[in-house]
Design a binder for this molecule. Structure first.
Ligand SMILES: [Ca+2]
Length: 232
């Protein structure tokens, strides 16, 4: 559902008497109009000229249309707010992603560590969710952010888990599958390996510099850094 706010503004019709003593013939001739209906339907009579009434009328993320000389501002699809001031992406409570067609972003936390469940809660409390790494491009974006922190060989929780069904991984924040055959899993040894039958949560790990960054299952109670995702 999106909200569409349409507001009409009556453009002030300038009807000023030209029959004043000081009005010259030249001044009279430069007037295009004295009423809207003397202009095309997409123009309005503003200060004697047929003008576009949308100029500088609406705020950001809006569309202005003119019907029978009258301008109307409306928020663009997926946006909400006052179209004359500006509209922002509409947040839909209880859904993820919360913003239709919003851009997914990641936040890498390196100031504190947490176990998997604690990390999940921390991200929720910060209007985000524990990260779901759903493509090689997203893994690359995370690698770039981690590199910016200066941390090497670090370990970071994602929302991946096979708690519900051993060996069947899902991104808990989105409910989508994470195939065990995905190229994003670290190799040598092949992950996920459920080492000692105690690894059910998924991290991003720079195992060795020559392997680069990839996914690995590890014990959920381990305290490591974590990555949240949010939309803007
Ligand atoms: Ca493992």
């Amino acid at each position: 559902m999106h909200f569409l706010i349409v507001c009409f503004v009556l453009v002030t019709q300038v009807v000023t008497s030209i029959a004043t003593n000081n009005t010259t013939a030249d001044t009279v001739r430069q007037w295009e109009c004295t009423a809207h209906d003397q202009c095309p339907s997409t123009k309005a009579c503003v200060q004697g000229l047929c003008s576009d009434p949308c100029v500088d009328l609406c705020g950001d993320n809006t569309t202005c249309t003119v019907n029978l000389h009258l301008p109307a501002c409306a928020c663009n699809h997926g946006h909400t707010g006052n179209p004359f001031v500006g509209c922002s992406l509409q947040v839909v409570p209880g859904t993820w992603p919360p913003i239709p067609r919003g851009k997914k972003q990641f936040y890498v936390e390196i100031s504190k560590t947490a176990d998997w469940h604690e990390a999940f809660m921390i991200c929720l409390r910060n209007n985000s969710r524990l990260a779901s790494v759903e493509s090689a491009e997203e893994l690359e974006a995370i690698r770039h952010l981690i590199r910016l922190t200066g941390r090497r060989l670090g370990q970071f929780w994602t929302s991946g888990s096979d708690y519900g069904y051993e060996g069947h991984y899902v991104w808990a924040s989105t409910g989508t599958w994470l195939p065990s055959s995905s190229d994003m899993w670290l190799q040598d040894p092949h992950q996920p390996d459920n080492w000692q039958n105690n690894e059910h949560c998924v991290e991003v790990w720079e195992r060795f510099t020559h392997q680069g960054y990839g996914l690995n299952d590890r014990p959920c109670q381990d305290k490591i850094y974590y990555i949240c995702e949010y939309y803007s």
